[in-house]
Design a protein around this ligand. Structure first.
Ligand code: ZN
Ligand code: FE
Length: 256
C-alpha cells in the first residue's frame, strides 16, 4: 500500500488548507474547510476528488467552506461530537479513540480541548502525521477561548508523547511571531535560536514553516517546555507544577 500524499496550501489570511490523498483508492480528505474556492482549486490542480472533510473545531475559519464543498462533491463531514450543533453539515460525530478511514489509512481521533470545548486532532500513525488544528502551533499553541489552562495542558501533553518524528500540520502560520515571543521566555535555547533564524528566512521568501515535527516542538516550543530549567528560572517558578508553568507562559503570550 502506498503512503498517503499530503498537500498543504495557504488560504484566507494566515490559515492553511491540507488535503490528504490515498493513491490506491482515490480517497481524499480535507483537514478543515477554511474556504471552498482554494480547496476546490487545490483538488483540481491535483486531479483529486474530495470524499471527506475532517473538522478539528467549529470556528468559521475552519468550517466556512463546508456547505459549498459538500454541495459540490457530496463528501462526508467528520467532526467533534462535543461541537455537533456548531458545525454545518456534520455527518459523523467523532470522539476520543474513534478511527476515521481515508482509503487505506486510519486516523485516530484525539480529543484536544482548550482552544474550543470540543476541539479534536487526527493522528495517522502509519503516515507519521497529526493534524492539530488550533491546539498546537509551531513554537506556539492556541488561545484558551473555551477552555482553561489545565485543559489545554492536558491536550498538549497528549500530543507531546506522539513519536518525535511525527509531522505536525497546524491550522495557521504564526511561526515567526511565535518565535519572537518564545525568545523572551527562553532566550538561551540554542535550538530555538536556530529555528527562529530559519523561520525568518522562510518568511522573507514567503515559504511556509510548516509542517513541523513533535521532536522539533519539544526542543523549541515554550508551551511544551515547562520542565526547562531556564524557563522555570526566568519565570521564578522553579519546581512548580508543569501545568502552572504552562499557564504562566500562556498568560504572558496573551499580554505580549
Ligand atoms: Zn480556531
Ligand atoms: Fe483558526
Amino acid at each position: 500500500m502506498a503512503k498517503l500524499e499530503i498537500y498543504q496550501f495557504p488560504t484566507r489570511s494566515d490559515n492553511y488548507g491540507v488535503l490528504i490523498h490515498d493513491p490506491d483508492t482515490g480517497a481524499t480528505a480535507a483537514i478543515d474547510a477554511p474556504e471552498a474556492a482554494p480547496i476546490l482549486a487545490a483538488l483540481f490542480d491535483k486531479g483529486w476528488r474530495l470524499t471527506d472533510i475532517l473538522v478539528t473545531h467549529h470556528h468559521a475559519d475552519h468550517t466556512a467552506g463546508i456547505d459549498a464543498l459538500k454541495k459540490k462533491t457530496g463528501c462526508t463531514v467528520y467532526g467533534p461530537a462535543r461541537e455537533a450543533g456548531l458545525i454545518p453539515g456534520l455527518d459523523v460525530e467523532v470522539k476520543e479513540g474513534d478511527t476515521v478511514a481515508i482509503g487505506h489509512a486510519d486516523g485516530r481521533v484525539i480529543e484536544t480541548p482548550g482552544h474550543t470545548r470540543g476541539h479534536v486532532s487526527y493522528h495517522f500513525p502509519d503516515e507519521n502525521a497529526v493534524f492539530v488544528g488550533d491546539t498546537l502551533f509551531s513554537v506556539g499553541c492556541g488561545r484558551l477561548l473555551e477552555g482553561n489552562a489545565p485543559t489545554m495542558w492536558a491536550s498538549l501533553s497528549k500530543l507531546a508523547v506522539l513519536p518525535p518524528q511525527t509531522e505536525v500540520y497546524c491550522g495557521h502560520e504564526y511561526t515567526n511571531a511565535n518565535c519572537r515571543f518564545a525568545l523572551t521566555i527562553e532566550p538561551d535555547n540554542a535550538a530555538l535560536q536556530a529555528r527562529a533564524a530559519q523561520v525568518a528566512q522562510n518568511d522573507a521568501k514567503g515559504a511556509p514553516s510548516l509542517p513541523t515535527t513533535i521532536g522539533q516542538e519539544l526542543a523549541t516550543n515554550p508551551f511544551l517546555r515547562a520542565s526547562s530549567p531556564e524557563i522555570q528560572a526566568r519565570l521564578g517558578m522553579e519546581g512548580r507544577p508543569l501545568g502552572e508553568i504552562f499557564a504562566e507562559v500562556r498568560t504572558r503570550k496573551d499580554n505580549f
